[in-house]
Design a binder for this molecule. Structure first.
Ligand code: F6P
Length: 531
């Protein structure tokens, strides 16, 4: 626990959340607000006005407003790699360094022209016919954001081209991705910011070989396109110059959904939808930049999450997305938040606070899997509950049931069920007094589990863009409060480098110098594979 919060936590520990509504008549007004694309309600968290005021003071001490200005100014907020973080410029260059405007407009125009050319067939496949399928290759931020967009855009109807995704090194992922596809009708779009990710490079190599089963070598270039920040490596690999859509090093992988990394989605669903998504993000940028701190949703969310993690000591946070079109939101937020905040040291070099583990799933499915533990185990896990007021499927009964559960779960986590209430329910159900006494403790739900409720106006690209940008800015606010660098990811390099050695050993090459367990496992694998 952060020492400065200790007294605030002690004060509210005996005050259940519902009592806070009674004690603070303006609680709902102060802790919920409409923002572009959705309504954010933080009022069901276990924190009182005094605690929130203390956190707002901390935000001042950590200069959140100054760091926000630095972010948008293009200052090198990525202080370990000494570069800016300007993914926001891709959705609204007006609030970023003016020098970027032309470059971003040109990039937008090139993406729009490519997407339209593929959709209209004026950019044909090698045999002069139209492309009907896109195979998107990428992993991490080069996959999670595009897939989230594809799911959400797909809620509004089928795209003009089919979309398949392959991210993993596992051959089954590649096999399923190409199953039933015709190479002559397929555009392979791969995304790799570094152009140095083994999984994506292997999948691109396999895709090139797969195309070659039906196309002459000279034709393969027509069936590839790429988004990357490493143009020399992409060119050396053989991607044609007119099929390379660059993005800059100041767009982090987990922040690249706004970039040409999503061009396969824009191609399948059209630039209008993708630019609606960008507009939602830009509207949230304006809110983040212009709203006073007490009415600033990313700031409020950052403070509340800081409180839950480092005041109430909640080591994890659960995200429940009550919409099938947002089922991948928890996975997207896992990378965004855990790769941004899960760091070893802070900017001073001191041990960093342990960022919360983010996990979750799709509502209502989660109620039939792990919500039991969240309702009754003796440790609180704060939640994000994300729901959509208007779904585009024209089945209101489904919408009402989904929304009813989302609301009820948030209420249940807050209210819980006391032993007296449990006993009364058991008596009403006709249980004998002895049984009532025996069972009642087993039915208790402690409650006082805080949740943020995010109600998207509708299942729209604009609302999703605003919500994704909101989560990015909330993550940035948390990084400022934690004083860590939200934009590097040195931790992922270690495993990647070790994989080069284990790969060599699996093939019987390399120095074979591993620990006894790894050595034994390699031997078992080689034996099982008859090598
Ligand atoms: O997981 C590490 C990481 O670098 C992520 O940050 C990134 O989104 C992913 O790998 C893919 O990287 P690239 O787009 O460079 O292939």
């Amino acid at each position: 626990m952060v020492e400065s919060l200790r007294n605030h936590v002690a004060r509210i520990s005996a005050v259940p959340i519902p009592a806070l509504f009674a004690a603070e008549p303006d609680r709902l007004t102060r802790m919920s607000l409409p923002v572009p694309g959705f309504f954010a309600d933080f009022s069901k968290h276990h924190i009182d006005q005094e605690g929130l005021s203390a956190l707002m003071k901390l935000a001042g001490q950590r200069d959140v407003e100054g760091q926000r200005a630095a972010l948008f100014s293009g200052a090198h907020v990525n202080f370990t790699e000494d570069r800016p973080a300007l993914h926001m410029a891709l959705r609204g260059p007006e609030r970023c360094p003016a020098a970027l405007g032309d470059e971003i407009s040109a990039g937008r125009a090139a993406a729009r022209a490519f997407a339209e050319g593929i959709r209209l067939g004026t950019i044909p496949a090698s045999d002069g016919g139209r492309f009907t399928q896109i195979l998107h290759l990428g992993i991490g931020g080069s996959d999670l954001g595009p897939r989230l967009l594809a799911d959400m855009f797909g809620e509004r109807g089928h795209g003009a081209l089919g979309l398949r995704f392959c991210a993993n090194a596992d051959a089954g992922d590649f096999a399923r991705a190409i199953d039933g596809l015709d190479p002559r009708r397929t555009l392979v779009f791969f995304v790799s910011k570094s152009f140095n990710t083994s999984e994506t490079l292997l999948n691109a190599q396999s895709a090139r070989a797969w195309l070659g089963t039906a196309l002459p070598d000279a034709a393969i270039g027509d069936h590839f396109a790429l988004a990357s920040a490493n143009i020399p490596a992409a060119s050396a690999w053989g991607v044609r110059a007119d099929r390379i859509f660059p993005f800059r090093a100041w767009v982090g992988g987990r922040y690249s959904v706004w970039s040409a990394g999503s061009l396969s989605i824009e191609t399948a669903f059209g630039s209008t939808m993708f630019e609606e998504f960008l507009a939602g993000g830009a509207a949230m940028d304006a809110h983040f930049l212009d709203a006073p701190m007490p009415e600033n949703a990313p700031v409020l969310a950052g403070l509340v999450e800081y409180w839950n993690a480092f005041g109430l000591n909640c080591a994890t946070r659960c995200v429940a997305a009550y919409a099938n079109g947002l089922a991948r939101l928890p996975s997207f937020l896992q990378q965004l938040e855990m790769e941004s905040l899960g760091k070893q040291v802070d900017r001073s070099g001191a041990a960093a606070l342990a960022a919360p583990v983010v996990w979750g799933g799709e509502g209502t499915l989660v109620q039939h899997s792990f919500f039991q533990r969240l309702h009754q185990a003796n440790d609180p896990v704060p939640l994000d509950i994300v729901a959509v007021a208007r779904n585009p499927h024209g089945r209101p009964e489904h919408d009402y049931l989904s929304l009813a559960h989302a609301l009820a779960q948030a209420e249940a986590f807050m209210l819980g069920r006391t032993e007296d209430q449990a006993a009364s329910e058991l008596r009403t159900a006709g249980f004998a007094p002895g049984e009532v006494m025996r069972l009642a403790p087993h039915l208790v739900c402690p409650g006082n589990r805080g949740s943020s409720f995010y109600l998207l106006d509708e299942m729209s690209p604009f609302a999703l863009g605003a919500f994704v940008a909101f989560q990015e800015h909330k993550t940035f606010v948390l990084s400022v409060l934690m004083q860590v660098n939200a934009f590097d990811q040195y931790g992922v390099e270690l495993g990647k480098n070790l994989a080069l050695r284990t790969a060599a050993s699996l093939r019987g090459a390399g120095d074979g110098a591993h620990d006894p367990s790894t050595t034994h496992l390699i031997a078992r694998i080689r034996q099982a594979r008859g090598e």
